[in-house]
Design a protein around this ligand. Structure first.
Ligand code: NAP
Length: 305
């Protein structure tokens, strides 16, 4: 099968290669899925799991991409809950070969049925950004209606989902980003927009929850605007800056079948708009994954026409 592998830690996207690999075998409780479309997070080369497995062994030449939609084509011993021919979507284990491939092996519990009226491209664009937003706001951030939320990077993949879900759950949302992101952030539902390049975060006053997708100085300034009892949620590594009288949580998204169903239902009924930038085929994936210009929104690679 064809697959995109990462070969050089320092080369980032320039080190990706289109390779020919054996099709994966399903292990216990796995399904093998014929991948139809795969998403991708442009920071995957920074993740330790791209280069080393859980036992610390080298993973150079691993298949990258970890969110996808496709059709179940094989069942491992003991697998329950999904059947051959079923349309599915979800997130694969960070430490195993991923989804920028014609086939992937994944534990069945990490997938959910893909509704019949949702196409594979939309299905592949939702799992990581949708579940990250859901878990950060509701599970870890304990968001309540009436609270004020800063959604950093509100025109980006995760930030746009954070903005939409926070609004749905009754929050007042201050979206942030670059000056050029203003309209997109407002279109995703932000009540107001703050340009991180020219506005001062202090001017927003006190907020209940900050959803940080940027880190560094932005995280430091964010910690200072969190009111007593509020929460800083960050997804870009261990928390570096803590609010004086609040709590912080850093986390890595986990797949969850029930939450995937919640996300899919919202995408179907219009409450959650996907944020897709570029759609490309597997044969053209290297150029799409290593663009000469920065594209907004998710890059989705399709494996089958
Ligand atoms: N822990 C987890 O489970 C988890 C899950 C998903 C993603 N992540 C991480 O979260 C981060 C965001 O992911 P994503 O997929 O949402 O990326 P994305 O689509 O590129 O979104 C990030 C947004 O933030 C903006 N931004 C970044 N730095 C900025 C700055 N200094 N000032 C103003 N705007 C800035 C970006 O603008 P530009 O495009 O112009 O830079 C972009 O609009 C990545 O580092 C990713 O690895 C972690």
């Amino acid at each position: 099968m064809k697959a995109i592998i990462a070969t050089d830690h320092t080369a980032e996207a320039a080190g990706l290669t289109l390779a020919e690999l054996p099709e994966p075998e399903p292990a216990i409780n796995d399904v093998v899925v014929e991948v139809h479309a795969s998403g991708f997070v442009p920071a995957e080369w920074e993740w330790p799991s791209t280069w080393v497995d859980r036992a610390g062994h080298d993973r150079t030449s691993a298949v990258i991409g970890h969110e996808f939609a496709g059709v179940v084509s094989g069942l491992g011993y003991g697998t329950t809950g999904l059947s051959l021919g079923q349309r599915v979507f979800g997130i694969t284990d960070w430490h195993r070969d991923g989804t920028l491939a014609e086939y992937t092996a994944v534990e069945s519990r990490n997938l959910a049925p893909l509704p019949g009226d949702m196409d594979f491209v939309a299905g592949a664009s939702l799992p990581i950004s949708g579940l990250t937003a859901w878990q950060g706001l509701l599970q870890h951030g304990h968001l309540r209606s009436g609270q004020t939320v800063i959604a950093h990077g509100a025109a980006g993949a995760v930030g746009s989902a954070v903005t939409q879900l926070a609004r749905e759950f009754g929050a007042y949302v201050i979206g942030t980003g670059r000056a050029t992101d203003r309209q997109a952030a407002l279109d995703f539902g932000a009540n107001e927009f703050l340009d991180l390049g020219s506005d001062d975060l202090k001017d927003v006053g006190q907020v209940d929850l900050v959803f940080d997708v940027i880190g560094g100085d932005v995280q430091a300034q964010s910690a200072d605007v969190i009111r007593a009892g509020g929460t800083l949620v960050t997804i870009v590594g261990p928390t570096e800056h803590r609010p004086e009288n609040g709590r912080t949580i850093d986390f890595v998204v986990e797949s969850d079948r029930a939450q995937l169903a919640e996300i899919a239902q919202r995408a179907r009924d219009g409450r959650l708009r996907t944020n897709i930038g570029t759609v490309s085929t597997l044969d053209d994936a290297l150029a799409a994954l290593n663009p000469t210009q920065r594209h907004k929104g998710k890059t989705i690679i399709t494996m089958r026409s």
